[in-house]
Design a protein around this ligand. Structure first.
Ligand code: NIG
Ligand code: FE
Length: 410
């Protein structure tokens, strides 16, 4: 495969504060073996074999995008809540027994397994056609032990069918279910759900939504202890709608990431800046849709935080499947330089999911997860948000999205 340029992070993730991906002008090439592993990435004259005859050396090659914050599986949209917010309601107002997470939970319960899989698989294919070659799948719409386990099993089934590499996160503490008080639900998650999911091999990580409408710092401590006991890494929805101190608590508890961070305090920024074990996951599409306060991104970059960026795909706050689109929003809304955004969309989220030794960079020995973009430099991706730049997507060397011939016709 030849192209006009190649862009991607070089070195060992996680990359900290302001680490820009490197850009190599062309002609460049990448090659992979029959096992789907990269064997060469660099100037085209060094390719171990002759490139396909007739293929033009146009476009930019980047590592496949890694979406490390995704609320799939789910089973229906909530566009009327989007309209209600535009008419003046807030996300908090709609987070009631009829709406928000509770509504998605009902939609999930009312759909049979085949319907959930078909709905979610269509979205995973859409993600693949936008260049996502690895993704998280999260529970959180179960709201009972049995339904959370069902959602985790559906996530594992999706992982088998999806074109991407998938990791499953158990978000047992997303909303307090009806008919149980918060503390009793947290105990049930810690004592029953997390051990049961772990015994069945259903989860790779555990998440919790810390917010005034959801769970407290004390609940976070309990979930962190249960995650450690189960041998699962912790993730934290932190400081999204308001500041709670969750970012610094996530660092103290050794969480793999603190996500959202719209209201992250200076203490949270300092903690993330010095954190060896915890990345800052930015979710600009949900900021855009909720018209939220922008996180202290410059301060996080300066402090040296390891920054990742993801779609937050979910029916409430971010109905966005495309990493190029999330990148475009992130660059403009958060002031992220494009090549830092590329690191935040590839190697760093691979680290968040624990996949960095296999994917997230263009480097011999790693999986051939490769995206061909019809742009001269990566900056054109966030610069042209309405344009679909993805013309070819390979996962482990197999074409899973795009139409590489398209670049010939442009
Ligand atoms: O990451 N804030 C909590 N969870 C999701 C939204 C879930 C929903 O509204 O369905 C988020 O934004
Ligand atoms: Fe989320």
């Amino acid at each position: 495969m030849v192209a006009a340029s190649l862009a991607g992070p070089v070195g060992n993730p996680p990359f900290r504060g302001g680490s820009a991906a490197a850009e190599l002008p062309g002609p460049v090439g990448v090659a992979w073996d029959d096992g789907g592993d990269l064997v060469f990435c660099g100037p085209a004259h060094g390719l171990p074999w002759e490139p396909d005859a007739g293929r033009p050396d146009r476009g930019t090659l980047v590592p496949g995008f890694v979406d490390c914050h995704v609320h799939l599986p789910f089973a229906g949209w909530r566009a009327d809540e989007f309209e209600a917010r535009l008419a003046g309601s807030s996300y908090r107002d709609l987070h009631g027994r009829e709406g928000g997470i509770y509504r998605s939970s009902r939609q999930l319960r009312e759909a049979d397994d085949d319907e959930v899989l078909a709905f979610s698989l269509a979205l995973l294919r859409e993600m693949a056609s936008s260049g996502t070659t690895a993704t998280e799948l999260k529970t959180g719409y179960g709201l009972s032990i049995e339904d959370e386990l069902r959602q985790a099993r559906l996530a594992r089934a999706l992982a088998d069918q999806a074109p991407q590499t998938c990791r499953v996160t158990l978000l047992g503490c997303h909303a307090v279910p009806e008919g149980i008080d918060r503390t009793a639900w947290v105990r049930a998650v810690c004592d029953e759900l997390i051990p049961a999911a772990s015994a069945e091999g259903l989860a790779d990580q555990v998440d919790i939504y810390v917010e005034d409408i959801a769970f407290s710092l004390e609940d976070l401590e309990a979930v962190a202890a249960a995650a450690v006991a189960a041998g699962l890494q912790l993730r934290v929805h932190a400081d999204q709608l308001g500041g709670t101190g969750a970012a610094e608590a996530a660092v103290r508890l050794g969480a793999r990431s603190a996500d959202h961070l719209n209201h992250c305090s200076p203490a949270g920024v300092d903690a993330l800046g010095g954190a060896a074990a915890t990345a800052a996951v930015l979710l600009p599409a949900s900021t855009f849709f909720l018209r939220s306060t922008v996180p202290p991104v410059d301060a996080l970059r300066t402090a040296g935080a390891a920054i990742a960026m993801a779609t937050d795909l979910n029916p409430g706050t971010s109905p966005v499947t495309s990493m190029p689109e999330a990148t475009a929003i992130g660059c403009t809304l958060y002031g992220l330089p494009p090549l830092e955004a590329l690191t935040a969309a590839t190697a760093n989220p691979a680290w968040v999911l624990g996949l960095h030794e296999r994917l997230g960079r263009l480097q011999p020995g790693l999986r051939a997860d490769v995206v061909l973009l019809d742009v001269p430099t990566f900056a054109h991706v966030p610069y042209r948000p309405g344009h679909d730049p993805v013309v070819g997507v390979w996962s482990g060397g197999d074409l899973i999205g795009g139409d590489p011939e398209r670049i010939d016709r442009r």
